[in-house]
Write a new protein. Structure first.
Length: 622
């Protein structure tokens, strides 16, 4: 498997496409009516969008039950979620188009979520339970005009599940699986996931309450035959309440508590080399929020407000305790001028605090404006601007220009699109005032992103698109003996190819390939070549099976024993999934086999990766 040709995935897609075109019993798939939201905040047809938006539907999530959020996102083009293939408690790094964690912004139900005490200010995706999510949209490329500081390479927009229309409804999911390395295929039950939810609608009142937990044991973070096991446990509690006061006004309130604890391995004195240690890491996040929405003719006024408190503790030779909280308010008005001009004007306020030697904080107060023009002759334009007002760094104006043009061809369209956008990323509190390598004199990063692409989409179930991207970074924050700004610009460029083919009855095919190249400098753990492919087949009305393939090319990583950079070999993974519904679709049984051929590789140098693993699950709807 290690010598698999990366372009094999593309050849597979092309061959299947050629085969599919010869079929006479194909079914119509109305892909032209697919709606995307995140790139404009309006529900617009994909045909009228000029950005690269990945949409993960509820159906796709349900056909990946037993996986984690990062497992699913990691199959998409342009994205490498490093750490997903290792032990459950491994740190997660989100690399999108050659960027890093602090350049990816996460939204949950429209609210920016991050951790001011973390080095990269990101939300720790290990806290999130995939089973609470209804859908995900991922915008690739700069989106700072709509979403602010940090949205330089991607926005991951997560929408949680809504209440059922029934008075009371319930759902229970349980998964039991193995958790083993390539060298120890014992097939013991060592991984357990459960989720239960109760929800419904009582007249104008909606409610949803859920509880989930995950536990995994059997693996050590440090790769060694006699290393001790490093278990991982996570708990998620969510409550969402809604009330429709009248046809024009509704209010949603929510609260959540997410916590995980994991054993980790570290760098003990006196040698400070990576070793098997008894270290621990604990992270807890509490969130409460309100979202009132007023609807009027051709428009809406909405406020998304949330308070988040995060407590983290590392128990090791270099242990630390972190406390952080944030207040985020996003108030905006959306107005639609006769389905031609879609406008949004808003004010985004954020107050971020973290405790280090003493409490440190900063605020953002950002007014923004975005306008989308949809013509009746194929031209579309998405233009926006935002004034970042940072309490430490003053005002910075960012903007974006995103034209597209589509041409209808029988039951299809061809769309060309481009984008020019700027981003501003202020240093995080941890980089300015934290425990390790803090530098209060850091300058903010500034990025300019250019992209251009083409998309072909048909009503018969074929979508093919390609995009080229180029991002230039100024004042990139790096770590040597402390955090500092790089003295030279950094440039990352590449291209993405995607194909989705659903023209053969009951067969869905998707492939993608990403090329990423850093022109100046070195980016650790980012593959130059990455490809994914999946085949899903409805064997009958209630039975589904899929096969997934992933190729990850060579990367550079640091050997923590010598602190020298080394190249990691490429690898390929095959996953299988099977599900069957019964009892009028009330019960679904499913099975996963990951790393089917038990590929032995390093995802992170010196750390354990998972070998072949099997899981069995059941989902019950009441």
């Amino acid at each position: 498997m290690k010598h698999t040709n990366v372009f094999g995935v593309l050849c597979l897609g092309c061959s299947l496409f050629s085969f599919a075109q010869q079929q006479t019993d194909s079914t119509k798939v109305e892909q032209l009516d697919e709606v995307v939201i995140s790139d404009s905040r309006f529900a617009l047809k994909r045909e009228n969008s000029g950005k690269t938006v990945i949409k993960i539907s509820q159906n796709e999530i349900e056909r990946n039950q037993g996986r984690t959020l990062t497992d699913l996102i990691n199959t998409k083009s342009g994205i490498e979620i490093n750490g997903t293939r290792s032990v459950a408690g491994q740190n997660i790094s989100s690399f999108v188009r050659g960027g890093n964690n602090r350049q990816v912004l996460v939204l949950i139900d429209g609210v920016q979520i991050n951790d001011p005490s973390l080095v990269n200010n990101e939300l720790d995706l290990r806290l999130i339970d995939l089973n609470t999510i209804a859908s995900i949209e991922i915008i690739k490329g700069a989106a700072s005009t709509l979403y602010g500081n940090g949205a330089a390479t991607a926005v991951i927009n997560i929408t949680t599940k809504k209440a059922s229309k029934d008075k009371i409804s319930g759902n229970f999911l349980t998964v039991v699986g193995t958790n083993q390395t390539q060298d120890d295929l014992n097939y013991n039950g060592a991984s357990f996931t459960n989720n239960v939810s109760v929800n419904g609608t009582l007249d104008k009142f909606t409610y949803l309450a859920s509880f989930g937990n995950q536990f995994a044991d059997g693996l050590s973070a440090f790769k060694s035959e006699d290393a001790e096991k490093d278990p991982f446990s996570r708990y998620n509690t969510n409550l969402k309440l809604g009330y429709e006061f009248c046809d024009n006004f509704e209010l949603i309130a929510y609260a959540s508590l997410d916590k995980f604890k994991t054993d980790i391995d570290g760098f003990p004195p006196p040698n400070f080399a990576f070793a098997d240690t008894n270290d621990e890491y604990i992270s807890q996040q509490k969130r409460v929020g309100l979202s009132p929405k007023f609807t009027y003719k051709n428009g809406t006024f909405q406020v998304n407000a949330a308070y988040t408190k995060i407590d983290r503790e590392t128990i090791s030779a270099f242990g630390s305790t972190n406390e952080a909280d944030s207040y985020v308010v996003d108030a905006f008005n959306k107005y639609n001028f006769n389905d031609t001009f879609y406008t949004i004007v808003g004010l985004n306020y954020g107050d971020y605090n973290s405790l280090f030697a003493e409490e440190e904080s900063f605020t953002n107060t950002d007014p923004y404006l975005n306008v989308v023009y949809v013509s009746d002759f194929g031209l579309n334009m998405n233009v926006g601007g935002r004034l970042n007002n940072h309490s430490e760094y003053g005002s910075h104006f960012v903007y974006s220009l995103n034209p597209s043009y589509s041409i209808s061809i029988d039951e299809a369209y061809v769309k060309a699109f481009g984008s020019y956008a700027t981003s501003f990323i202020a240093p995080n509190l941890s980089q300015l005032f934290g425990f390790f390598g803090a530098n209060p004199d850091l300058k903010p990063e500034e990025n300019t992103t250019i992209e251009g692409g083409i998309e072909y989409n048909t009503t018969t179930g074929v979508r093919i698109n390609g995009v080229y991207f180029n991002r230039n970074e100024v004042h990139t924050i790096i770590f040597t003996s402390a955090y500092e700004n790089a003295t030279t610009d950094a440039t990352v460029h590449g291209f993405e190819l995607e194909a989705q083919i659903d023209v053969v009855k009951n067969l869905a095919i998707s492939t993608n390939y990403t090329f990423t190249e850093v022109k100046d400098g070195v980016r650790l753990r980012i593959p130059k070549h990455k490809a994914n492919a999946s085949l899903g087949y409805d064997i009958c009305e209630n039975t589904f099976a899929s096969l997934s393939y992933q190729f990850v090319g060579k990367r550079t990583d640091t050997n923590f024993s010598t602190f020298a950079n080394e190249d990691l070999s490429a690898y390929s993974l095959i996953d299988l999934y099977f599900s069957h519904k019964m009892l009028k679709n009330k019960v679904k049984l499913f099975a996963n086999i990951t790393n089917f051929f038990n590929e032995d590789y390093f995802e992170i140098l010196g750390y354990t990766t998972r070998g072949r693993n099997v899981s069995l699950g059941m989902n019950l709807n009441l």
